[in-house]
Write a new protein. Structure first.
Length: 364
């Protein structure tokens, strides 16, 4: 990655491939299909666009592996459909004929990143950077590869380079806050999430992570306020996340405010029924509110989703013991002990903290 470290900081505005215009000769050969494909892409009808660009390339009488703008746009359409695996071979075919195409290389780097292949992604970004100076958004994507490699020092380095060129990038400030949080720099992550919110005040994911930063600093009321704001911010979104509800409820549980935690955790379970963590925290809330039957039911659901988690078996064992179910309690406590003996202590991560991912969900 030495080549990347020597890159200049000159920036241009980030534009993905909508701005690519077909040569006049291409449009002349296929005015109808290509124009329809462009219109579908501009309207974000990417499934239709991908199909039309494939037809447009074939209409030229040239195989799809040949050098056509339609082929590159087909890959970009597939990428926008979150079909990176399908986009990758299209891009490789295009690059066989156009190995110096920096737009194709940058897109391939992002496609590989989406598939959790950060080392390969970095190699492709390096090839692209040798051809064209990376834009701020390209530097942000390089940083996310380092996040996937658990190299937060380099991630912070590239995010700062990105922000030096584009200080108004809310996404870069957010990513920097996340990287700082994973490094344990919670004062810095608080600052970065606040910078995100100064640019985008309704960012639910920034509010949620600001709450995590406050919580790590033992600022409980500030954290609860941030989580509550995140819940409000995402209320009208099409795909709200369980995460701020989970974080809000878990913090209330930890402060012995279980009765207050039940409602948000019930909503979290509705949004993420396959999350063992949500069921676990709802179980703890019910237990704290002395609703023992409901507590055991939720813990059993958590175990069904994560049967190898020794902590869950231990908690259920304790609940069964308190309820007088001696045999069941012994079974669960024995299972917990067996699992703990086979699990290194380093594998017991804090499941209330989302792990690093290439693309955040609506809120994470």
């Amino acid at each position: 990655m030495n080549a990347l470290r020597q890159l200049g900081s000159h920036s241009v505005k980030v534009l993905f491939f909508l701005a690519i215009v077909a040569p006049d000769s291409t449009r002349a050969q296929q005015p109808n299909t290509y124009a329809q494909a462009q219109e579908a892409f501009a309207s974000k009808h990417f499934r239709e666009a991908a199909a039309l660009f494939a037809v447009a390339a074939a209409e030229q009488g040239i195989p799809l592996t040949s050098h056509t703008d339609a082929l590159l746009m087909q890959a970009d359409s597939l990428f926008n459909l979150d079909e990176s695996a399908a986009a990758e071979p299209v891009l490789h075919s295009y690059l066989e004929q156009n190995p110096k195409s920096s737009p194709a290389l940058y897109l391939l780097g992002y496609v590989l990143q989406r598939q959790n292949r950060p080392q390969e992604s970095l190699e492709v970004f390096t090839r692209a950077a040798a051809i064209t100076t990376p834009r701020p958004e390209d530097l942000r994507l390089v940083a996310l590869d380092y996040v996937l490699l658990d190299d937060y020092v380099d991630a912070v380095h590239w995010l700062r380079r990105c922000l030096a060129a584009d200080p108004d990038s809310a996404e870069a400030w957010y990513d920097l806050g996340r990287a700082q949080m994973y490094e344990g720099n919670f004062v810095e992550s608080e600052r970065d999430f606040k910078r995100t919110l100064a640019i985008n005040p309704t960012s639910a994911k920034a509010l949620d992570n600001l709450g995590l930063s406050f919580e790590a600093q033992n600022r409980t009321e500030d954290a609860l306020t941030a989580y509550s704001s995140a819940i409000s911010a995402q209320a009208k979104t099409q795909h709200p996340s369980e995460q701020p509800l989970l974080n809000f409820g878990a913090l209330l549980n930890s402060r012995n405010r279980s009765a207050e935690a039940i409602a948000p955790l019930q909503k979290a379970v509705i949004l993420a029924p396959s999350s063992s963590r949500c069921h676990e925290e709802l179980s703890r809330a019910y237990a704290g509110a002395h609703q023992e039957d409901l507590a055991r039911e939720q813990m059993e659901q958590a175990i069904a989703l994560d049967p190898e988690n020794p902590r869950l078996h231990f908690q259920l064992g304790q609940m069964c013991r308190r309820a007088g179910f001696t045999n069941r309690s012994q079974i669960e406590l024995k299972k917990s002990a067996e699992l703990y003996s086979t699990h290194s202590s380093t594998t017991e991560v804090d499941r209330n903290r989302p792990k690093a991912t290439t693309r955040d969900a609506e809120i994470r």
